[in-house]
Design a binder for this molecule. Structure first.
Ligand code: AHR
Length: 639
């Protein structure tokens, strides 16, 4: 082409491109059009709840406030128990070993034997426990402790109990247990800390000032707990859960329900009663569970946060492809589940209801949902259909009002609810937000019993929060059929070696805790739900923009959830159809970040938190712009 022509053509092309750019720039923003009187369905009042299991040191070393690790010496039965050490001072001399010939109960048939060859009151000898990555000591705090012990000869004298700073050897709290007898007995003590600042690098020391031999078992130490419950939960973590206003708690798992092997399942009967009667058990997440947080503690946790229990019962399948054939072999497992339901719901005139009363809770718990198994789609034997049907018939025969949840579709009976699990990347969730839009409304209800955007470690980053928020808009829009949903896993201890599963909602160490951006996205969603799903649609296009609109019929408030998962601002027109009055002042809660990788950490716990602001231009039609990478809840009053 002639050079003049070429330059003319080039100019034309540039002009065309420019005008396209200008046109695009001037293009009307898309409209979020909301019909406030077009109620598409009812929002399930149980939409947002919690899922939990012993993983990532969620209970031991996490929510369950016990401060001592391997308190019953069941973690290993080798001569030197994990997490325990000989304590010697000055010229004192002692050694310890596991003794499998004596223990305080049938459930705990072993103990730690301590031989003190030389010690004085000034230079005592004993044992120490390092806690879960240290023992937290806070100023002016009262710690309740106890241990089972016996002495070969009571002349061993008093036992000193002290919390000691590992670095400085400073004693942060101390007391004495006056004397030990020669038979197993439980001794209790109280420790009061002084003025020193909060610290974690501490240990508990039990020591004596004279030579002799003594045995210890079930050594326990608790800080103050949520609602002051004995054997209770860590306060900061319970407060974080309370802020989610969860409607239910799905427990005890997850894989933790199933165990690697059948005899490692969550055998509820062994998790109730006095702690000395709980034998502990291996969890599938490679550590032993103390079972201090057992069936009754799960139920009391529900009570404390006003949640409904969603009880998972073991259904005859364990993770290493061990399964029980439906039929006669399954009957004992069905009896186990029926007894468990009776323990939860039975009056005190039933055997298990009476047992619950003896354990300290006479009032039965309200129970509507029972889940039969967990992720039985992984059972290669194909027996779930038969196993589920057998459980279903037996449970419905005795408890016709219970709603039964299947963990994967079955054919032989029709479950009340199906549990679906989703572990996705953010982009998978963006692409799948309409997952339930076309689901048959006549079939079983849906329980999204585990879901999470798995981006970020140990806790999710902002991209994950965007994926989660997008997915939640889809769940809300379909919450006529999605009865319940819960993120998993809930907790992670961020200390080295604490995590078995990446991307967990709430992180903590020995002293502190923090919420991930995903946690805050859930706080925003679950606190602004309403009870009606409104018809809303986007007119025009908007890349990676997600929304749901709900309304509270009691006070007329409108909740717009909007997610902009792009790096650019998202201008919008919001149109409210069928309204005569709109309060021009609206509230906005916004969670945003400058990059998708931005996140909160234990050292930077509040980098991304919701911020509240107001708008003053709300009307039947008004403009609004979402910032880049943002999740917003807009609250409006319109009639
Ligand atoms: O949430 C972690 C695990 O993921 C659960 O234990 C299991 O149900 C799922 O596979």
């Amino acid at each position: 082409m002639h050079p003049a022509r070429r330059s003319q053509a080039l100019c034309l092309l540039v002009a065309l491109l420019l005008s396209a750019v200008v046109r695009a720039g001037a293009a009307e923003p898309p409209t979020l059009s909301i019909d406030i009187h077009q109620v598409k369905g009812k929002v399930s009042p149980m939409l947002y709840g919690l899922m939990t299991e012993e993983i990532n040191y969620s209970y031991d070393g996490g929510l369950y406030a016990e401060l001592l690790r391997n308190r019953a010496f069941q973690d290993n039965r080798r001569s030197q128990p994990f997490h325990w050490f000989v304590y010697e001072s000055g010229n004192s001399d002692a050694s310890m070993t596991m003794d499998t010939s004596t223990g305080p109960s049938r459930a705990l048939p072993l103990s730690l034997a301590l031989t003190i060859r030389s010690a004085t009151t000034a230079e005592p000898a004993g044992i120490s426990n390092e806690g879960f990555w240290g023992i937290p000591v806070r100023p002016h705090t009262v710690y309740q402790g106890s241990f089972y012990a016996k002495a070969a000869d009571p002349s061993i004298g008093p036992i000193a109990v002290r919390l000691i700073d590992n670095d400085t050897a400073r004693v942060l709290a101390s007391t004495t247990v006056p004397t030990l007898g020669s038979d197993w007995k439980q001794y209790s003590f109280t420790l009061h800390s002084g003025l020193s600042p909060p610290s974690a690098n501490n240990r508990l020391v039990l020591s004596a000032g004279r030579p002799g031999k003594l045995w210890f078992s079930l050594v326990s130490l608790f800080p103050p707990t949520y609602h002051d419950r004995a054997n209770g939960n860590r306060i900061d973590l319970m407060e974080m859960l309370a802020a989610l206003h969860p409607a239910f708690l799905r427990f005890p798992g997850g894989n933790y329900l199933e165990g690697n092997h059948i005899d490692e399942r969550f055998l509820w009967e062994k998790t109730i009663g006095s702690l000395v009667d709980r034998p502990t058990h291996p969890s599938p997440w490679n550590y032993l569970s103390s079972d201090g947080l057992g069936l009754l503690e799960f139920l009391e946790w529900c009570e404390d946060l006003k949640m409904e229990p969603v009880l998972g019962v073991y259904a005859g399948y364990s993770l290493r492809q061990e399964y029980v054939q439906p039929g006669k072999d399954l009957e004992p497992f069905i009896a186990e589940a029926l007894d468990e339901i009776e323990y939860v719901t039975g009056s005190t005139s039933t055997p298990w209801g009476a047992e619950r009363a003896r354990d300290g809770h006479a009032a039965p718990f309200h129970l509507t949902y029972v889940e039969i198994g967990n992720e039985d789609n992984h059972d290669g034997s194909g027996t779930y259909d038969g196993r589920f049907a057998q459980f279903y018939k037996a449970i419905k025969a005795k408890y016709p009002d219970l709603q039964l949840i299947a963990t994967t579709p079955v054919k032989s009976v029709s479950p009340d609810v199906i549990d679906d699990h989703f572990y996705h990347s953010a982009s998978q969730f963006f692409d799948d937000v309409d997952h339930y839009d076309k689901t048959d409304r006549q079939g079983p209800k849906i329980f999204v019993g585990e879901w999470a955007t798995r981006e970020g470690s140990p806790t999710p980053n902002f991209n994950a929060a965007l994926g989660d928020a997008a997915w939640m808009t889809g769940m809300e829009r379909n919450s006529d059929i999605i009865l319940m949903s819960c993120y998993a896993p809930l907790f992670v201890n961020v200390n080295p070696g604490g995590m078995q599963w990446e991307s967990d909602l709430i992180g903590y160490d020995t002293l502190d805790s923090y919420g991930s951006p995903s946690y805050y996205a859930q706080v925003m969603f679950s606190n602004h739900v309403g009870d009606q799903i409104l018809d809303a649609r986007l007119e025009g296009t908007a890349l990676r923009f997600f929304y749901s609109v709900t309304r509270d019929s009691r006070d007329g408030k409108l909740y717009l959830k909007m997610v902009n998962a792009t790096a650019s601002p998202r201008p919008l027109t919001i149109r409210l159809n069928g309204v005569s009055q709109v309060n021009k002042n609206g509230q906005i809660i916004s969670l945003s970040a400058s990059t998708t990788q931005a996140t909160n950490t234990i050292l930077d716990p509040t980098r991304i938190v919701p911020k509240e602001s107001t708008i003053t231009n709300a009307a039947t039609q008004f403009s609004h712009t979402l910032p880049p990478y943002s999740i917003q809840v807009m609250e409006l009053e319109a009639r």
